[in-house]
Design a protein around this ligand. Structure first.
Ligand SMILES: [Zn+2]
Length: 389
C-alpha cells in the first residue's frame, strides 16, 4: 500500500513547495490545488477568507455514515520566509537527496498536508462509518490568524467531531500539551532635545528601561505562580525581552525606542496577569509622567501574536486514537506554539502528531526524511481502517 502512495506523496509535496506561501502572502493558488484534489474524490469543501480575500482556509469533508463523528486532519499552509542565497538549493523547488526532501515547508508542515492529500483517494474508496475532515489554514506562523475563522464557521454549522490531529512536526510522537506564546512590541515616543539639559526632552529610552524593569519584576512573580501540576520545562510561565532599539547617540535625548518581548504562559491566567499588570503600569504610572511636558509622548503596545496554550487532558480521545494508530504510547509536551489550543478551546479533543523534526522547521535547508513521511502515511492508512469499522 505504502509503495503505491509514497511516490504520489512526493509528487504532491513538490507541488506544494512551489507555492510560495510565506505568512502574510496569498495562499489562494495552493488552496485551489488542495480543493481540486479533494473535490475530485468526492469531498465537500468550504472556505473562509481574510478581510481582503487574499488568503483562505479550506475545510473539506469526505462524508461517513455518521457525519458528527469525524476526525479532523489539520495543517497550516503558510511557511516562514526563506532567503534563497543562504540555501544550498532553491527553497521553493523540492530537492530529493539521501532519502530526504529539501525545501521550505517540507517539515513545517507541507509534508503532513501532502500525506493527507495522497491518502484522500483511499479514504474515499471505502464506505466510511465516520467522516474525515481536512483543515488547511493560513497564517499560523504569525499568530494563528486563520484557524479562528474556520472554528467560528464550524460552530455555525453545528458539526461535532471525535477529535483533531494537528500534523506539526513531532517525529510522529503524540504531543499532549504546549505552553501559550504571546509576542509583543512596545513602542515609546518621547521628545528629542540636547543632552546637556535632560529636562528639556523626554527620553523614550529611559521610559523603555523602566517598562523593562517592570517586565523583569513580573517575570519573578510568574515563577512564584507556578503550579505543582505543571508538566512543562521550565515548569512556570516565562517572560523574555529579546530586542531593544532606539536612540542616536550619547549626546541626544532619544525620542524613539522599542522593545520586543514575549511571554510563554503555562495557562491563560498567567498570560492575562502579565497583560493587566504591564498595561496598568504603562497607563497609570509612565504615561502621565511622559505626557506632563508633552501630550504627544506615548506608549503603544502592539500584539504580534497571542497563541493560546494547549492543555493536557486526562483520557483524551484524540491522544488515545493517535497512540493506538502509531503504536507509540509516549505522551510528551513541547515548547512551541500551534493551533492545538484553539481547536481544544472549541471543545474538540486534540493531539499534535506529525512527520519531521522541529529541529528542521524554520531552518535554512529545511528537510523531511522519507522515513517520517512513510510513518505518517502508515498512521493515516490505519486511520482509514478504523473509520470503516
Ligand atoms: Zn508549524
Amino acid at each position: 500500500m505504502i509503495d503505491k502512495i509514497f511516490p504520489e506523496t512526493l509528487k504532491i509535496l513538490s507541488d506544494l513547495i512551489k507555492f510560495q506561501t510565506t505568512s502574510g502572502d496569498s495562499n489562494l493558488k495552493l488552496i485551489e490545488y488542495c480543493e481540486k484534489k479533494l473535490n475530485k474524490v468526492g469531498a465537500k469543501s468550504f472556505k473562509t477568507f481574510n478581510n481582503s480575500g487574499s488568503q483562505a482556509n479550506l475545510f473539506s469533508t469526505i462524508e461517513g455514515e455518521n457525519s458528527n463523528q469525524g476526525i479532523i486532519l489539520s495543517g497550516h499552509t503558510d511557511v516562514v520566509p526563506a532567503l534563497s542565497d543562504e540555501w544550498a538549493s532553491d527553497p521553493y523547488i523540492a530537492k530529493e537527496k539521501d532519502n530526504k526532501v529539501y525545501g521550505r515547508g517540507t517539515c513545517d508542515m507541507k509534508g503532513f498536508i501532502a500525506c493527507t492529500l495522497a491518502v484522500a483517494p483511499l479514504f474515499a474508496s471505502k464506505k466510511l462509518k465516520k467522516s474525515i475532515h481536512f483543515s488547511y489554514t493560513f497564517d499560523e506562523e504569525t499568530g494563528c490568524l486563520g484557524a479562528p475563522l474556520v472554528l467560528a464557521d464550524l460552530k455555525k454549522r453545528n458539526i461535532e467531531f471525535l477529535g483533531c490531529i494537528i500534523g506539526e512536526p513531532t517525529n510522529m510522537k503524540p504531543i499532549t500539551a504546549h505552553k501559550g506564546y504571546n509576542e509583543y512590541i512596545t513602542y515609546f515616543t518621547g521628545l528629542s532635545g540636547h543632552a546637556s539639559n535632560p529636562e528639556s526632552g523626554i527620553s523614550a529610552i529611559e521610559y523603555a528601561i523602566r517598562y523593562s524593569n517592570k517586565l523583569l519584576e513580573l517575570r519573578e512573580e510568574l515563577k512564584k505562580r507556578k503550579s505543582s501540576k505543571s508538566i512543562f520545562s521550565p515548569s512556570y510561565s516565562t517572560l523574555q525581552i529579546g530586542k531593544i532599539s532606539g536612540g542616536l547617540g550619547a549626546n541626544v535625548i532619544a525620542d524613539q525606542c522599542s522593545i520586543e518581548w514575549e511571554v510563554r504562559p503555562i495557562n491563560n491566567e498567567d498570560g492575562n496577569f502579565v497583560t493587566e499588570k504591564i498595561d496598568a503600569f504603562a497607563s497609570n504610572i509612565l504615561l502621565p509622567e511622559m505626557q506632563k511636558n508633552n501630550q504627544k509622548a506615548n506608549i503603544k503596545k502592539k500584539i504580534i501574536g497571542e497563541v493560546v496554550g494547549f492543555d493536557k487532558k486526562e483520557n483524551s480521545d484524540a491522544v488515545n486514537l493517535v497512540c493506538n494508530l502509531t503504536g507509540d504510547n509516549s505522551r510528551s509536551s513541547m515548547s512551541f506554539g500551534t493551533e492545538a489550543g484553539l481547536f481544544q478551546n472549541s471543545g474538540i479533543s486534540t493531539v499534535i502528531c506529525g512527520p519531521g523534526s522541529i529541529e528542521q522547521a524554520h531552518t535554512v535547508d529545511e528537510f523531511i526524511t522519507y522515513d517520517q513521511l512513510k510513518k505518517c502515511l502508515r498512521m493515516l492508512i490505519s486511520l482509514k481502517e478504523k473509520m470503516i469499522n
